[in-house]
Ligand binder design. Structure first.
Ligand code: C2E
Ligand code: CA
Ligand code: CA
Length: 405
């Protein structure tokens, strides 16, 4: 068994190594060491390229000078080394360790656990064995997991939740202004289950607030972990029925207070009967008073949309993609989009067109004075692990290209 210990303190590496060797009755362990994330990554790359030993376990410290544990996590998430079992060790407090756990789970890594220092090596090895057994029990990839009213409670958990992020682009400058979080369920590596399938089931089972909390938590963790993301707003979808739960509203406000440097926005999907109830209006007021901006999602889909504008101070209107994607060939849709943009401009709220798939549609939106665009033309929803790469590439390529068009 090949074990890589990554820590910038030589005495910690030595103590873990000694404990491992003391437990290795059958002399099976081969120990490798790295004094930082950068060296560990080099070593893993070298082993992969030259067909050297495959690591059976990486034990990595979180805070190190030469490339921290997050660099190791990112490396594993974005390379073929993803399947290497990873254990993180740290002297951080429990909340930070939980945050790291959430992030790693979001990356779908082969994750054994996060351990507080000093590491109890025996406990880690026990967890590793249990972790392997559990993995071997899983159905093989390809055996499609169904999502239905009977198993939705079981499926809807942190391990299965997988978030993607779709960029929102300022039309006039071509700059990224934010990202919308779009949830998927990914059960045992068996492909995505999309929200159109699981959200109605979750709502019917009364699990909508649980889902919303999981999404909020995981997305905020991603934004916390990579400070560069704080330049961009983070839009989370909620449905009107989530607003009926006081507990959920308090949860969002508390989360926002603890992460006030993240520009959080809630995209509210309409639901004809619930949105104007006293309780939902109060919940919206409470969110707005606590500086959480609200976007009115899927604008134009419902007849009663205009009532909302009167009773609630929204910060943003999102025009539904059904009107946007073909507005260059459908005159009726063009007229609808044009009047929503004019209305938003008069009300002085930001207007976002979703479902922008072509340069022709983007050009029309620009002429109509639309502020922000979102859609496949810029990017489909991006998996969290690819987000930073996507941002870097977009920012490099965009600035000169966009101005030209
Ligand atoms: P939405 O909020 O209107 O999100 C936009 C949907 O359009 C997304 O589908 C996105 O993948 C898709 N889309 C993006 N760009 C384009 C494009 O250029 N063309 C076309 N044809 N489609 C595009 P997705 O991810 O399947 O989400 C469907 C709906 O599920 C969302 O609609 C949203 O209402 C809901 N949803 C997603 N995540 C969550 C969540 O975490 N909580 C709640 N309550 N609802 C969610
Ligand atoms: Ca949305
Ligand atoms: Ca929509």
């Amino acid at each position: 068994m090949n074990i890589l210990i990554v820590d910038d303190q030589a005495f910690i590496r030595a103590s873990i190594k000694n404990e491992l060797l003391a437990l290795d009755n059958e002399h099976n362990f081969k120990i490798f060491e790295a004094d930082g994330g950068n060296e560990a990554i080099k070593l893993m790359e070298k082993h992969a390229i030259h067909g050297l030993e495959v690591f059976d376990l990486v034990i990595a410290d979180l805070k190190m000078d030469n490339g921290d544990g997050l660099a190791v996590i990112n490396h594993l998430a974005t390379t073929k080394n993803k399947s290497i079992p990873l254990a993180i060790i740290s002297s951080s407090d429990i909340r930070t360790l939980e945050l790291i756990s959430n992030i790693i789970n979001g990356f779908n890594l082969n994750f054994v656990g996060v351990y507080q220092k000093p590491l109890k090596v025996g406990a880690l090895l026990k967890d590793l064995v249990q972790h392997r057994d559990k993995k071997e029990d899983l159905p093989k990839v390809g055996s499609q997991v169904l999502c239905n009213e009977y198993n939705i409670t079981e499926l809807l958990n942190e391990d299965n939740l997988f978030l993607c992020y779709q960029p929102k682009i300022e039309i006039i400058s071509g700059k990224i202004v934010g990202f919308e979080v779009l949830a998927r369920l990914c059960v045992k590596g068996d492909g995505f289950i999309y929200p159109d399938k699981f959200i109605p089931l979750a709502e019917r089972a009364g699990l909508n607030c649980q889902l919303a909390k999981l999404v909020l938590n995981q997305a905020l963790s991603q934004w916390q972990l990579f400070p560069i993301l704080k330049d961009y707003s983070l839009s989370v979808n909620i449905s009107a029925s989530d607003l009926l739960s006081i507990d959920f509203i308090d949860y969002v406000i508390e989360k926002h207070l603890n992460t006030s440097d993240i520009k959080l926005m809630l995209e509210l999907t309409e639901s004809q009967d619930t949105i104007n109830q006293d309780k939902t209006l109060q919940a919206l007021a409470k969110l707005i008073i606590n500086n959480i901006p609200i976007s009115l999602d899927d604008f134009g889909k419902s007849y009663s949309t205009f009532d909302r504008l009167d009773s609630i101070p929204f910060d943003e209107i999102k025009i539904d993609k059904d009107f946007v994607s073909d507005l260059d060939s459908n005159n009726q849709h063009l007229v609808i989009v044009e009047s929503i943009i004019a209305l938003a401009n008069k009300l002085n709220v930001n207007v976002v067109a979703e479902g922008v798939e072509t340069a022709a549609v983007l050009k029309q939106l620009k002429n109509l004075g639309c502020d922000t665009a979102q859609g496949y033309y810029f990017s489909p929803p991006i998996e969290g692990r690819h987000l930073l790469n996507w941002i870097n590439e977009y920012n490099l390529r965009d600035e000169e290209n966009y101005a030209a068009c």
